[in-house]
Design a protein around this ligand. Sequence first.
Ligand code: SF4
Length: 211
Amino acid sequence: MAPRPPRLDATAGEVARTAAAAPGWDELAAVARDCVACPELASTRQHVVVGDVPASGRPRLVLVGEAPGATEDETGRPFVGKSGQLLDQLLAEAGLDRAQAAVLNIVKCRPPGNRTPKAPEVARCSGWLHRQLELLDAPVVVALGLSSAKWFLGPRTVLAAVRGRPHEVDGRAVWATYHPSAAIRFGPKGAPRAGLLADLTAVAGSLGGTA
Ligand code: SF4
């Protein structure tokens, strides 16, 4: 019998148990798409943005952002708006192929008005991400932006202090860098764009130039 999606106002533990029971990516995606654990997000979203995975299903690299924006909510796919377009461009400049990477978010439903996800929303949705990382089993993760960096490296993380090198977390190399939206906000000559490109180039180097 297929697992039932988490009910309205389900606890983080209930979401995590449902996610942990998914035997594979497709089963997880099918049940996550009907998740209504976060009452406000479930009532305002158009799509649960589960994430993109390569056709092979086995990425060497996983990119993790904070939450879907308007275009992602409309299309059901992660990083396809302006931030996604810049991310694709910088990945290509760094020698990385997005089609070979998995692209995920910490929170799978768009917060209204692009507000920051609330702590209980992050806690609930973390169950999906933990299981996704387990199923994908990629050796390298790139945390895009401070929220994602904190999810992997702890709540006291300061981006400037952790950028530029990998951190070992649960047997994976986690790199933390700027979110592409910061690169857009500070412009083409701003430090976040240059920093994001430098970090992605370093990641590419660590992977031997292919992902
Ligand atoms: S944000 Fe995550 S936990 Fe909350 S309703 Fe969406 S999929 Fe479920």
